[in-house]
Design a protein around this ligand. Structure first.
Ligand code: ADP
Ligand code: ASP
Ligand code: MG
Length: 416
């Protein structure tokens, strides 16, 4: 007998029929003798709809009220699943974030979990074999008592945090694909499922655009050493042997991966915008004058490229998430006299393609191969960043799919 967290994403609970199917998945594990906590997302499309309603009411709205609105999607699915389980004769109870409680920071719309009290859930496992059905994505800020949400895709993080709090043996993330692939299988049909991915690699893949897991969920899994298993909710519950090993991907520590390839996967993001500041002085304090105000405005800056100057002036290019682009541009325009630049160039039709693999630590020239392959396809590289286990290239968005497919083939992932 073990203890499991089962998380079901939006498409897995998209309608009542699918919620009933989820209930059968849960029943299978309960019948096998496990203690089960379930974490659910809102029905697919629901959160988008709620966000749109908030924006339609007022484009610039109070983030506390945004959270009050968007947290409601998960409240509905947790109640529905509890009913579906009860109908199958399973003792089940729904829980909202504030009821557990799941404490978070006060950063509304992108709050971080600061603590989860798993006592009551564990007590009910022991006393009544009760399944806890927990609304993902939401928590509560202790001092203000207000509902918070964890950022888009946040139910993954709720699930891993619950798993750590109740000392679960595993956190199963049920989604609409049957694991983590070498790249998004919806874009590259040749993408292959990976049996195991190291936490560090998954962290990079998630932060560089693979939305199959929210970044913070991977961080939590790594810190608390929770094995996270990504699998499909569309497999028929009756076809699955709870004692067997289903198809899926285990996110685990690096030591558990015997044979690793140089490149594990390719991620991409079209949610990028480029800002180039022309003719700035190449002297101390200029970078601070640019990035200080951006940091004060809580704008995440990603790639930064600056040329070495010959005549004392230079250009500086950086990228920000597309959603933060208008604010970032405004911030730089406001700071023009302090920075002292001549011209501002911007582009929003750009994409970042990233190649990830822990094997890169011990292999040289991996990025150089990509430059040659993309040049052959006439794909221009606007900016490059590298780190120990990944490199990222900024290109024109129109070439994203071509670049991803080219690199996928180049690094032998078509045959992975
Ligand atoms: P859920 O609603 O279950 O949380 P998401 O839509 O958030 O599901 O995440 C699953 C999606 O992630 C898949 O449908 C797939 O298109 C996308 N995805 C992106 N990159 C990858 C990858 N490397 N492996 C698997 N899925 C990926
Ligand atoms: N429903 C939320 C979203 O769509 C959280 C999640 O599904 O993980 O972002
Ligand atoms: Mg998701």
């Amino acid at each position: 007998m073990g203890r499991l967290v089962m998380k079901f994403g939006g498409t897995s609970v998209a309608n009542i029929e699918r919620i009933k199917n989820v209930a059968l998945h849960v029943k299978r594990e309960v019948d096998a003798g496990h203690d089960v906590a379930v974490v659910v997302s809102a029905m697919s499309g629901k959160t988008n709809e709620l966000v749109a309603w908030a924006t339609e009411t007022s484009p610039l709205h109070d983030a506390r009220e945004y959270d009050a609105i968007v947290a409601s999607g998960e409240q509905v699915t947790s109640g529905l699943l509890a009913i579906a389980l009860q109908t199958l004769g399973i003792q089940a109870r729904s829980w909202q974030g504030w009821q557990i409680p799941i404490h978070t920071s006060e950063a509304h719309a992108s709050a971080r979990i600061t603590g989860v009290d798993g006592e009551e859930i564990i007590k009910r496992f022991k006393e009544r074999k009760e399944v806890a059905v927990i609304a993902g994505f939401q928590g509560i800020h202790k001092t203000t008592g207000r509902i918070t949400t964890l950022g888009r895709g946040g139910s993954d993080t709720s699930a891993v945090a619950i798993a750590a709090a109740i000392h679960a043996d595993r956190c199963d993330i049920y989604t609409d694909v049957d694991g983590v692939y070498t790249t998004d299988p919806r874009v590259v049909p040749k993408a292959k499922r990976l049996a195991k991915v190291a936490f560090e690699e998954m962290l990079e893949m998630a932060s560089l655009g693979a939305k199959v897991l929210q970044v913070r969920s991977v961080e939590l899994g790594m810190v608390h050493n929770v094995p996270v298993f990504v699998r499909s909710s569309f497999d028929k519950p009756e076809d699955i042997d709870p004692r067997g090993t289903p198809p899926g991907t285990l996110i685990c520590s690096e030591e558990e991966i015997m044979e690793s390839q140089v490149v594990t996967g390719i991620a991409f993001s079209k949610d990028e915008a480029q800002i180039s500041i022309r003719n700035i002085q190449d002297k101390p304090g200029v970078a601070a004058a640019i990035f200080g105000p951006l940091a004060d405005a809580s704008i995440n800056v990603d790639m930064i490229v600056q040329n070495v100057s010959e005549d004392g002036t230079t250009d500086l290019t950086f990228t920000v998430p597309a959603s933060e682009f208008p604010r970032a541009r405004e911030t730089i325009v406001k700071a023009q006299s302090k920075i002292g630049y001549a011209k501002l160039d911007t582009a929003t039709d750009v994409a970042k393609v990233s190649v990830i693999g822990i094997g890169m630590r011990s292999h040289a020239g991996v990025a150089a191969q990509a430059f040659a392959a993309l040049a052959e396809r006439n794909i221009n590289i606007r900016a490059i960043t590298t780190s120990e286990i990944k490199f990222s290239l900024l290109i024109d968005a129109a070439y994203t799919e071509l670049a991803v497919r080219t690199l996928h083939t180049l690094y032998g992932l078509d045959q992975a």
